[in-house]
Design a protein. Sequence first.
Length: 436
Amino acid sequence: MSTSSEQVPDDSLEPDVSPAAEATQIQRARAAMVQRLWELDALRSERVAEVFATVDRHVFAPGVPVAEVYDATTAVRTKWDEHGSAISSISAPQIQAFMLEQADVRPGMRVLEVGSGGVNAAMLAELVGDTGHVTTMDIDPEITGRSRKLLDAAGYPQVHVECADAEHGVPARAPFDVVLVTVGCWDLPAALTDQLAESGRIVVPLRMRGITRSLSLHRAGDHLLADSAEVCGFVKAQGLGAHQERMLLLHGDRIALRFDDDTAPADPSRLDGALGTDRADVWSGITVEAMEPFDSLGLWLASVLPGSCRLAVDPDYDRAIDSGPVMVVPEGRWFPDAYVNSHEDSFAYLATRRLDDGLFEFGAHAFGPHAGEAAEAMVEQIRAWDRDYRHGPDPVIAVWPYDAPDDALLSPDAAATTVIAKRHTSITISWPRPSA
């Protein structure tokens, strides 16, 4: 179904090398990528591994070095906005792999991809085979034009490319057995659920209080239920589905709290001057090794701490004050998990410190008149996570219609349920009762 790399002109290869050397370079890079994806547990089936070993990724990233295109953990940015932020990219193979595994695409299926880059649609075409159908859509005509051109060059003319807003889906080509969304969504448009086959599956990177998880959703009566959730990051959706976070600036434009849902303080002015107070530090006694995963901690904190938000810090500013009285953790270095206390005059954020034995201890730093209280509350929840959820069970995540009755959203079997109201839906995060 795909063409060989030598049939497609490409400038992502090393200059002045023979066709045989080019083919060897691609073959080695591709094999190394597939091996690494197995090691990362992103690949979990031979079917998906085969499409990564088949599709010519470099054709979809002209001008990008082969080593970068086939790096298992590297995303390739393809378009930027006026501020220099990426608004379109080819996702890292690691993310593409586990999302394809979540989607469980089979021969003969009808698949809709939301967010078009070309290479993912090509892999979907391989998975559905000659009897299936793949539609890839994007709101940006420049992106869809590029995808059409590169899909043709790579040997996938059968993929349908649609330029439209995903809020409306593609009704003319529905129903779909799989809807695979490759842009970060704050909410799930009703059209995508309406155009899903009764036994279909939606895989979507959904933001919940600023935390994104790739959810694999299937129908469960009147709502959608996630049977897997993977950590991921994507450029944000544009068009009618776009959602602007609320930014609360604390120190000019250098330090801010980002509120993604319904947790922003009613009176932000109460936080004025909080950074001028002494910082409170509280440590939990809970430790992790340097490379030990703890994916559920951030989701737990966002679920149980009212006023949940994300801390954003200008990296240059942080470096300049690293030894000063105001010490904050920038989003890019450790963890941006934060919250504003019930008094709405203080905030705390997740912190770590390295211990003599090489372990890292979790704690909280806080500022404001009630800083100590705020830090203690966060540390209390770090300990609760360690005791009840660090090693499972995972939360149950569901997507409900926005008008679902309140009693339907609350699970009687859950120890705690968080309801996050969106525009089209309500998201519930239910934490099972821990075993004795």
